[in-house]
Design a protein around this ligand. Sequence first.
Ligand SMILES: [Ca+2]
Ligand SMILES: [Ca+2]
Ligand SMILES: [Ca+2]
Length: 442
Amino acid sequence: MRYLVPCFLLLAAMPAPAATRFIVRFADQASAEAARVASTPPAPSARARRAARLVDPGQPRHVATLATGAQLFDVDDGNPAHFVRLPGVVSVEEDRMARPFALPDPLYPRQWSLHDARAGIDANVAWARTRGAGALVAVLDSGITAHPELDGQQVPGYDFVSDADRARDGDGRDADPRDEGDWEDPGECGRRRAAAPSTWHGTHVAGLAVARRGNQLGIVGVAPEAKLMPVRVLAACGGRLSDIIDAIAWASGGHVPGVPAASRRADAINLSLGLEGACGAALGDAIAQARARGSVVVAAAGNESVAATTFAPGNCPGVVAVGALDRRAGQAWYSNHGAGVTLAAPGGALARQRIDDLISAVDQGSRTPWRSVFRYMAGTSMAAPLVSGTVALMRSLDPDLGVDEVARHLVDNARPARCPKGCGAGLLDAGATLDAVAQGRP
Ligand SMILES: [Ca+2]
Ligand SMILES: [Ca+2]
Ligand SMILES: [Ca+2]
């Protein structure tokens, strides 16, 4: 007897099965009208509602008349045989659900960095947990261009380039982080430097982290449902340390004099940039404060093929410094290396075969923005946003994950890589890392 009550509660809590809807064609208007009248539910008076509880589950209920004259009915027991009884019925078909033809992103097969069994970060396993919804990646770089892979993915950013000449937008700091182009005229950025077209570096980096998925276009970012905060710190000939310091403070929710506060603090701050030398006190302070506010600071280790400890901000305390691996999960020949590297991620080979590099969003303009395209690039600049995107996935799954916990999970779940000169914990494994976060492993 004592089991009766819970059993009864269980039955009472079970929802009624959903009715099946059918499209029914009739031989003539009169038959359709007769069926419609016979099966139109009564007005919902109290009496009718009582009666409705006794209604035969095989009794069709008229829902609507379609443009072609076909009639739409609900049947509770889902059996189309009930319509055979109606006079003049020509055909009965279920009102099934159509779905949009969601083509995969056509360049995804080329993104070996995400899915190659040996050299990829196992993104598919991570995406079974989350695609990054709710998380935010700040990309401190050359700014952003209009690109369908990034449109609609953004929260307001800022342009921290204080030098109007280098900014190429006619003024100092402003609220528009559009990439104005970083092309170089011969000698403009150093006596022996040749002319160079704009790189659209910030757009490429941002695409690797958060490019849209399932839009029938281009690539997929590591965290395609995370948001992007585009912050411009690089312009013609590079970016000033002071601008980068303020941008790190701002993106992490800190106050910067003269700049309206950011809408929210970023979960990951991606720095695919660097300068030779020790981590200065001012930069170190900015990073320590950003970490205290909950932002994970991720920096490229650098492409000079030297010890990573000789380049900032990758050598600053608390930074996740990212080296680059090639398509065979070996250390990329250009990557900075050694004890200063936290872990590595695919960055490409920088060889003649561009298909071994990383493809992402850029603009086609050689100087100013023209039209959105995709292009291969290689470098630790490309490896870092794979880590930043993974941080966004982690924070999407567990928004309370601390900055040190994030770093520890990244390191503990990395896979071995062939790095004779040292690439920290090895290859980023987004799948294993997200599994560890999901399981709440200490
Ligand atoms: Ca400006
Ligand atoms: Ca601007
Ligand atoms: Ca896409």
